[in-house]
Design a protein around this ligand. Sequence first.
Ligand code: NDP
Length: 266
Amino acid sequence: MKTIFITGASSGIGKATAKLFQSKGWHVIATMRNPEKETALTQLENITVLPLDVTNVKQIASTVATAVSLAKIDVVVNNAGYGLMSSLEALTEDNIVKQVDTNFLGTVRVTKAFIPYFRERKSGLFINVTSIGGHTGFPFTSIYNGTKWAVEGWSECLSIELSMFGVGVKTVAPSATNTNLFSHHSDVAPLPYYEAVEKKMLGMIKPASLPEEIADVIYEAATDNKDQLRYFAGKSSQAIYDRRMEIGAEASRKEIKSIYFDGLKT
Ligand code: NDP
């Protein structure tokens, strides 16, 4: 039986991924910040729930040690993250540091903790959940998108570096998906200078995909045995990426600017 280790499995894409792999006969180590609150995954066979906050260095060490003592881990999915949505000007130092700490450094830390284990076994696969926002730019998500661009670039570097040990690195970039991700925009009060455009931008986000659709692509990435770095998931991710490739990065940036700002007085 193969084993997958997932971060942020308490809801959304992480939980759907845990359920999908369990249904396919995998052993799932579903990690989350508050395992005592979990009632669904604990009912399922072959799911082990462990505590993990990806900003807690000591807990990463102890949870990874527990995980590798329980089973032979084949795949690690770095999924934990949240969406900080605001103009840059409105963000506090704490808002910014916490977003980078979770979305980028959390992924780096969990990966680093597993590398010696995978290196010694000369196999293993990391799948990092990024975003279509890690391939293109949108207003009012600059720090969030920055963390996802960081994970994309870092994953490309690491996929080359770890290939020397037969260890794989892949990214899965979803488009807007119906989860709790968008609940964080109320964490930061909008500044008056940006309010109208921010409202328009938030109104334009249509979380048209289901977390199960993203889980399907994570499953494909975990099982297709391809030496491929990037996967796009959800209703519009591939199309948004293809459009950028088709017209080029500069034209894409101008196009996105006009989508948000044409017809708006700022
Ligand atoms: P959810 O908010 O439903 O799930 C996010 C998960 O991450 C939760 O389990 C949450 O745990 C966990 N999490 C947050 N902070 C930490 C932390 N410090 N340590 C451990 N776990 C943490 O949103 P999604 O399922 O949508 O998000 C999953 C991933 O998908 C994220 O990386 C997100 O950026 C990415 N993504 C989502 C898209 C979307 O439209 N939904 C689009 C593109 C990418 P808790 O329950 O404790 O808060």
